[in-house]
Design a protein around this ligand. Structure first.
Ligand code: ZN
Length: 271
């Protein structure tokens, strides 16, 4: 039976309570939301944290506290962000890797994000990749663009990352590549051979459509408030778990068996 891995991106850096009052912000809220998403069927939690004012932070202590609270509740896999937020330095973004999470995102190129950008030169990416290797963290190559996919090939060929490889194909970010099945297929055909991939559709329409794209092309699904705060057009989601539950239903109807964290630890050889 085909296996489906569901990642839930609980909070992100840009979303606020004004977008959806159900957004988890504090370490306690994030841990509760992680647990609910895990119970609903997510194997991986993609983690950003916020400071006391609700602003994105890469503060190691806030990550440590949040991860501790999640660990008290469940053994869901934690993928921390190293994309951080607009305006953060690379050193700031990479900081929490010393906590040795099982997974982390690794942006594979400079990203236009609406009016802003997040800088990722090749030297920055090499530093991120080698640091993740040192701390035995499995990177998710976040690719917003075709050039990012080819940059990931360079990092692999330079021996900075060991297999198995996992991609996060990000589509429909503001000023980014639109989500549609042709674009997704084009990306999937160019990732490093024999890699796993998850599609990240940004915004309600792209997020839901990308579930079907993942199913059609043999990838994994990501949901959550970081990518989309709506359940349907004009209807805000009640929780991250509600979005996970729908992805689970769709996957099962399509004949997929849902993974648990133990399956994914084996599949991606996590430490
Ligand atoms: Zn993120």
């Amino acid at each position: 039976m085909k296996k489906m891995v569901i990642t839930c991106a609980l909070t992100g850096a840009e979303t606020t309570k004004k977008d959806n009052q159900n957004l988890p912000i504090t370490p306690e809220e994030i841990a509760d939301s992680a647990y609910e998403a895990f119970i609903a069927g997510a194997s991986i939690i993609h983690l950003h944290v916020r400071d006391n004012d609700g602003n994105p932070t890469q503060d190691i202590n806030v990550f440590k506290k949040t991860i501790g609270l999640i660990r008290k509740k469940c053994d869901v896999i934690i993928e921390i962000t190293t994309g951080g937020a607009v305006g953060m330095t690379p050193e700031e973004r990479l900081g929490p890797i010393i906590l040795e999470p099982e997974m982390a995102s690794l942006d594979c190129g400079t990203i236009n994000f609406g009016n802003e950008y997040i800088l990722n030169t090749l030297p920055i990416m090499r530093k991120f990749a080698s640091t993740m290797k040192k701390y035995k963290v499995r990177p998710t190559f976040e690719c917003f663009d075709l050039s990012h996919i080819y940059s990931s090939h360079l990092l692999i060929k330079e021996g900075l990352i060991d297999p198995p490889y996992h991609y996060g194909l990000v589509m429909n970010a503001p000023a980014g590549v639109k989500y549609n099945i042709e674009n997704l297929d084009f990306f999937v055909k160019r990732i490093f051979p024999d890699s796993f991939w998850t599609v990240l559709g940004i915004g309600g329409k792209a997020s839901l459509e990308s579930h079907f794209g993942a199913i059609a092309l043999g990838g994994f699904i990501r949901v959550g408030f970081e990518d989309n705060v709506y359940y349907a057009k004009g209807e805000l989601a009640k929780s991250n778990a509600q979005l996970v539950e729908r992805a689970v239903r769709i996957s099962k109807e399509a004949g997929y068996e849902l993974t648990d964290p133990a399956d994914v630890r084996k599949l991606l050889n996590l430490h």
